[in-house]
Design a protein around this ligand. Structure first.
Ligand code: GDP
Ligand code: MN
Length: 398
């Protein structure tokens, strides 16, 4: 689950990580009100108006703007709220901005120039250890840094038996070229950041930029936080932060029905029991010259009701030209699944407007085939073998 920048920052703050302070607003009037409050609390005279969407690259897309007066806050907020913001990370049509974060300006002039670093905490699946990735080259072009000058990105792996050790925090601060107050600040920053990551059951914390202000404070100016969905049951407070306006509506509906569904770009819908079989079914579709339109695992109980919900969800995608149902009958018997498909078909009537290739293998697969073949008029094609199913998909796509 993704958090908004403002939610991620509040989470960081609760673990003692210094942040650029701000308040969220969903109307221009509210934006002015919170800007005033912020000025009282922080002494700031300039503000930054930041679009809150689940995508990065907002600065480049025009979703982050500096305001030098309350009038500008109002004007920028009314421009940004409601806009379709396009960034390299949004769908081509952009994402609708429902709210803005009004922050204090922290790039004020002073003894030194402010300096932007990059820092993230994530799991290195290769070594099975959490790691901190960081760089002196923070700001809006970290992807380019990774591509062109990867040696400027450092990593620090954390041994799960020992946790994040003080010498590692000092190494991070040292590699970033810090000294004096900023060095101490960075040690505290990275240590609290790591604690926040672990305690939240996160899969990613990415702070870009981490700022060294002109008076040597180290703070998070941006935050991208992803919480592991499987850990949310023990973080009710974090689960409550979900913003379903940011999520794919079909995926939200599938989740509510207890199905694991991931929307993809292809033309063949698939319905499968078991994640492993789903993966190989997607390969099968590719071999047959199609592209999977989704990943859908209906789980162990492929009864008529679940099959019907599955069909309805798959058919919301207008690109679907065929549906491949690939069920292995173990505990769930193939003839019951076949009956489920027939019942779902009859219930839905004309709503099913694409051919269904039904591959049932396992317990009672022969009985299932007989049932399917006995139904006249339904656009259901039975197959038993994997290859047979692929051939049928290929035929209907032609
Ligand atoms: P992103 O583009 O979606 O990653 O959004 P960020 O939160 O990283 O903001 C983009 C850029 O806005 C940052 O890299 C900064 O250069 C700039 N920015 C953010 N906060 C301030 C601020 O307080 N003052 C000024 N002058 N610029 C800021
Ligand atoms: Mn950023």
């Amino acid at each position: 689950m993704n958090l908004h920048e403002y939610q991620g920052k509040e989470l960081l703050n609760s673990f003692g990580v210094r942040i650029q302070r701000g308040k969220v607003a969903d109307t221009p009037e509210k934006a002015v009100e919170v800007a005033k409050q912020l000025a009282e609390e922080t002494g700031t005279g300039w503000w930054v108006v930041k679009a809150q969407i689940h995508a990065g690259g907002r600065g480049k897309g025009g979703g982050v703007k500096l305001a030098k007066s309350l009038d500008e806050v109002k004007e920028l907020a009314s421009n940004i709220i409601g806009m379709m913001l396009k960034t390299p990370q949004t769908p081509p049509q952009g994402k609708k901005v429902n709210q803005v974060l009004i922050t204090e300006d922290v790039y004020y002039p002073g003894e030194h120039e402010p300096d932007e670093y990059y820092m993230s905490v994530l799991l290195n699946r290769g070594t099975g250890k959490n790691m901190i990735m960081y760089s002196t080259e923070g700001g809006m072009n970290i992807e380019e840094v990774a591509e062109k000058t990867p040696h400027l990105i450092f990593t620090e792996e954390i041994d799960p038996a020992f946790g994040f050790l003080p010498f590692q925090a000092r190494k991070v601060a040292f590699n970033l070229g810090l000294s004096g107050v900023a060095f101490k600040e960075m040690v505290k920053f990275v240590t609290s950041l790591y604690t926040a990551y672990v305690k939240s059951d996160a899969t990613l914390f990415e702070i870009n930029p981490v700022l060294k202000t002109s008076d040597s404070k180290i703070m998070a100016v941006d935050s991208k936080v992803v919480i592991d969905d499987n850990g949310l049951f023990r973080h009710k407070d974090l689960a409550a932060l979900r913003d379903i306006r940011e999520e794919n509506p079909i995926e939200v509906e599938a989740k509510a029905a207890g199905l694991s569904y991931v929307d993809l770009d292809g033309n063949v819908g698939c319905m499968v029991n078991g994640a492993g079989l789903a993966m190989s079914t997607m390969d099968l579709i590719k071999q047959a010259g199609g592209e999977p339109a989704n990943f859908l695992d209906v789980g162990g109980t492929a009864d008529a009701e679940r099959v019907e919900i599955g069909f309805r969800i798959i058919l919301k995608d207008p690109n679907v030209k065929a549906i491949l149902v690939n069920i292995f009958g173990g505990i769930v018997r193939c003839d019951r699944v076949a009956q489920g498909v027939i019942d779902a078909y009859n219930n839905m009537g004309d709503a099913i407007n694409v051919p269904i290739i039904l591959r049932l293998e396992g317990t009672n697969s022969e009985e299932a085939k007989v049932l399917i073949e006995a139904t006249k008029g339904l656009n259901v094609i039975a197959a038993t073998e994997f290859q047979e199913a692929a051939d049928r998909v290929q035929e209907v796509l032609q």
